[in-house]
Write a protein that binds this ligand. Structure first.
Ligand SMILES: Cc1cc2nc3c(=O)[nH]c(=O)nc-3n(C[C@H](O)[C@H](O)[C@H](O)COP(=O)(O)OP(=O)(O)OC[C@H]3O[C@@H](n4cnc5c(N)ncnc54)[C@H](O)[C@@H]3O)c2cc1C
Length: 406
């Protein structure tokens, strides 16, 4: 089965390919071919190219600085970028554009949209996500960061944790308890906070790979103006949940392209090491191939719903389970293929702790080992596997709800 999108879509695909051919070097083979220390500069300049073309937020209306693309055009754009091995934005754009920007377009006041949307796109403001706390992750509704109104500003005290790219951000969208007496989901507000103030302290957390991509964020009498609430005081739960839909649904269309590229690299590694004749390795490679194909069809299913105008719902949990658990399995296989070399990793490392290594990355042992280490977190962030299974059971299959403790 090889579905196509039709002639209009092909014409748009040609246009995107022409854009990529014009903007990228002629011998371009993916961002992974750049030395690790050149990646940051490339991404910064590539982000400017996308900004100027309106491609940073391709689905947004032109009046907000987007490209006003149809759903299908957005998917084609994402597919072609994934095939070319270029990012769709900078390191904080998942938070700023995809999560916060989309949320502001739905929930934000006119002032918030007018103020923040252009600054998010231009890169003047960079955002991170302050949801999780040491005692509130899966059970996010139990969060304890306090925000108390004092005159015309909120005063925040408490702590967030696992704040990805928080060390690169100057703003945080954060969930805070604004009514401690209300039932737990009803006393939360969604606040926009400038991190450049003495009341905010960001402490990087060292990961198993030795890198630091996420942080603790401490609030000690930090302040934000009264009007920086999105969606109304004590209505933060509804806003927070709609934002998570953008977080969890987005990757479905391009996952299989990235994972197929990574798997092709693993086939090469197995060949180089003479292991493609080993029946146990062949069996596991074939299993991985099957999983990537399933992801491809899952992506098409999501795409069909997206084109029909539906935002990702609870079945986004299936996609999340698939890619995160697959990615742990395929990187475990890579370590078995590397054998003892995996104990002394060398060569280019991945430049991000999330997902597959950069497209076009060399088959270095450090690439595979660090990706393997990074995948340990994939079944935790954006909703743990256990929570995704609860969602599938209760909201997709309609099974009885899990018993609540006590
Ligand atoms: C790499 C990484 C990046 C992250 N980035 C961010 C970020 O940028 N911003 C942010 O706000 N957060 C971020 N997070 C936090 C992430 O959302 C939480 O780690 C996640 O929601 C799980 O919460 P927890 O760590 O508190 O674990 P817990 O909720 O304490 O869960 C512990 C274990 O119990 C299981 N469990 C919990 N409840 C149930 C249940 N009801 N049924 C069955 N099993 C259950 C879980 O599956 C898990 O195995 C990140 C996390 C990681 C690892």
């Amino acid at each position: 089965m090889n579905p196509t999108y039709g002639p209009e879509a092909d014409a748009y695909r040609d246009k995107v390919q022409a854009f990529l051919a014009e903007k990228l070097p002629t011998d371009w083979a993916g961002i992974g071919t750049l030395p690790g220390d050149e990646v940051r500069d490339f991404v910064a300049s590539w982000r400017t190219t996308l900004y100027e073309a309106g491609y940073l937020a391709p689905g947004w209306p032109v009046e907000y600085g987007g490209a006003g693309l149809s759903a299908l055009e957005q998917v084609i754009l994402a597919e072609e970028f994934a095939r070319a091995g270029v990012p769709t934005g900078g390191p904080n754009d998942g938070f700023g554009i995809q999560m916060l920007g989309n949320t502001l377009l739905v929930w934000g006041s006119e002032e918030q949209k007018r103020h923040y949307i252009p600054r998010i796109l231009s890169g003047e403001d960079t955002w991170c996500q302050g949801y999780s706390e040491p005692n509130a992750g899966s059970d996010l509704g139990g969060l304890g960061l306090r925000a108390d109104l004092d005159g015309d500003q909120w005063v925040l005290n408490g702590q967030k944790i696992w704040t990805s790219a928080g060390h690169l951000a100057d703003h945080i969208f954060t969930l805070a308890r604004t009514d401690p007496d209300a039932p737990k989901h009803k006393g939360i507000s969604f606040l926009l906070v400038d991190m450049r103030q003495p009341g905010i302290e960001v402490r990087p957390i060292k990961m198993i790979s030795g890198e630091s991509e996420f942080n603790e964020v401490f609030y000690t009498d930090a302040v934000t103006p009264k009007h920086e609430v999105v969606g109304g005081v004590n209505n933060g739960w509804a806003v927070a949940m709609s934002l998570l839909g953008y977080e969890r649904g987005a990757a479905a269309a391009t996952n299989s392209i990235r994972y197929q590229g990574e798997l092709d690299r693993l086939f090469l590694l197995a060949k180089e090491r003479g292991l493609t004749e080993d029946p146990r390795i062949r069996q596991r490679l074939a299993w991985c191939y099957g999983k990537v194909q399933i992801m491809r069809y899952l992506g098409m299913r999501t795409l069909t719903q997206f084109l029909a105008g539906h935002q990702p719902g609870p079945d986004a949990a299936i996609t999340k389970l698939y890619w995160s658990e697959y990615h742990q399995a395929v990187t475990e296989l890579s370590l078995d293929i590397l054998g003892a070399d995996a104990l002394v990793p060398s060569g280019r490392k991945p430049t991000s702790a999330f997902g597959a290594d950069d497209a076009g990355a060399p088959n270095s042992s450090a690439s595979w080992v660090d990706t393997f280490l990074n995948t340990r977190a994939a079944t935790i962030y954006a909703g743990s596997s256990q929570i995704q299974r609860n969602i599938v059971g209760e909201m997709v299959l309609g099974l009885p709800k899990e018993p609540k403790p006590g």
